[in-house]
Ligand binder design. Structure first.
Ligand SMILES: [Zn+2]
Ligand SMILES: [Zn+2]
Length: 343
């Protein structure tokens, strides 16, 4: 504690920067994280979904698939190093950082559901961050320019219709995949922070959050929005207020795209959690088969059982969420004066 379950690296993501995945992980360890989730973007399977920088690099969809496969191999290697260190240590909290290996989703239509479930099954991913970066197959968070073109050309500058479609696609994703984490819930307003959600849109937000509450999906408080000019981490106050009312549980993500992004704007997260009075609803994720959670024999059996179940049941989760007691007063926050609360 604290922790982030959302990260990327330039080694396996063309729009990330800085050093390789191992460096991102090392930065997280130095930052004092006790759980760190590696959630590289799932490979997109349509050529028209390649981003500019991927086209410039001459990449194909097969290359994206290979890149993801390489990501999992490297992520598991790093996970094992940290597991071994923790297993040789007796005391949970001080034994070092736990690494989780997952993926962040894309959703471009119903076909995405099968792709995500297959990916989860093939790689036995620990967890999934359920995110939407497209509406009707077109990117909404790539750049301000592409967002504004999309809004004008495809939506006649009608924010409400675009927002509605976004939350409908998000619902389809949640319903089809049951991700462990709902990623940056309201990223659709990244490039239009002043646009309010209408009553119709807020109803859809409410429906989606209710689904998360009913199915144990944690809502991510994602600090990357602050660096993009938003007043708060995702989700913004109106959405977070609804989530709180509905009894949602939350987790954290820095959405690092570079080693220097690790723990970015966590002072804002602490302040936001404090100001919104959601401290008691903050949770972290833990692998159910990690050595600190199971005796050695049971761990082996658990892994076998897990693999058998994963082969039959796509919705099987290899992690569990746990509330974080006294989140706001964890010793992590005393590491730097930047984390001090403004009162
Ligand atoms: Zn994302
Ligand atoms: Zn991300």
């Amino acid at each position: 504690m604290p922790f982030s379950f959302h990260s990327h690296s330039a080694q396996f993501c063309k729009h990330a920067s800085g050093g390789p995945l191992a460096e991102v992980v090392e930065e997280a360890r130095c930052a004092g994280f006790l759980q760190f989730g590696l959630s590289e973007h799932m490979p997109r399977q349509q050529v028209d979904l390649l981003y500019e920088e991927e086209i410039d690099a001459g990449m194909s969809c097969d290359d994206l698939a290979k890149q993801f496969s390489d990501f999992v191999a490297e992520a598991r290697r790093l996970q094992k190093i940290f597991d071994d260190a923790r297993c040789s240590h007796n005391d949970g909290d001080d034994g070092g950082m736990e690494i989780l290996v997952g993926a962040e989703t894309e959703y471009v239509g119903p076909q995405s559901i099968g792709e995500i479930l297959q990916l989860r099954h093939d790689y036995k991913l620990d967890y999934i961050v359920g995110s939407i970066h497209h509406v009707r197959g077109k990117p909404i968070d790539f750049s301000k320019e592409t967002f504004e073109q999309l809004l004008a050309n495809d939506w006649n500058n009608d924010h409400t219709s675009l927002f509605s479609a976004y939350f409908d696609e998000q619902f389809a994703l949640f319903d089809g995949v049951h991700p462990e984490v709902a990623g940056h819930l309201d990223v659709v307003r990244k490039y239009c922070p002043g646009a309010a959600f209408s009553a119709t849109v807020l109803e859809k937000v409410r429906r989606n959050i209710k689904f998360c509450v009913d199915h144990g999906i944690l809502l991510e408080i994602n600090s990357s929005g602050v660096g993009k000019g938003l007043p708060h981490p995702y989700p913004q106050q109106d959405v977070l207020t609804i989530a709180k009312e509905l009894g949602a549980r939350f987790t954290l993500g820095d959405d690092a795209h570079s080693p220097v992004d690790v723990a970015q704007y966590y002072s804002h997260i602490r302040q936001y959690v404090h100001d919104m009075a959601i401290e008691s609803s903050i949770c972290s994720l833990h692998r159910t088969s990690s050595c600190h959670n199971q005796p050695a024999d049971a761990m082996h059996e658990c892994r076998q059982d897990q693999q058998q179940r994963a082969a039959q049941d796509y919705s099987f989760s290899a992690v569990e969420s746990r509330p974080v007691p006294d989140f706001l007063h964890h010793h992590f926050w005393s590491r730097s004066p930047v984390y001090e609360l403004a009162v």
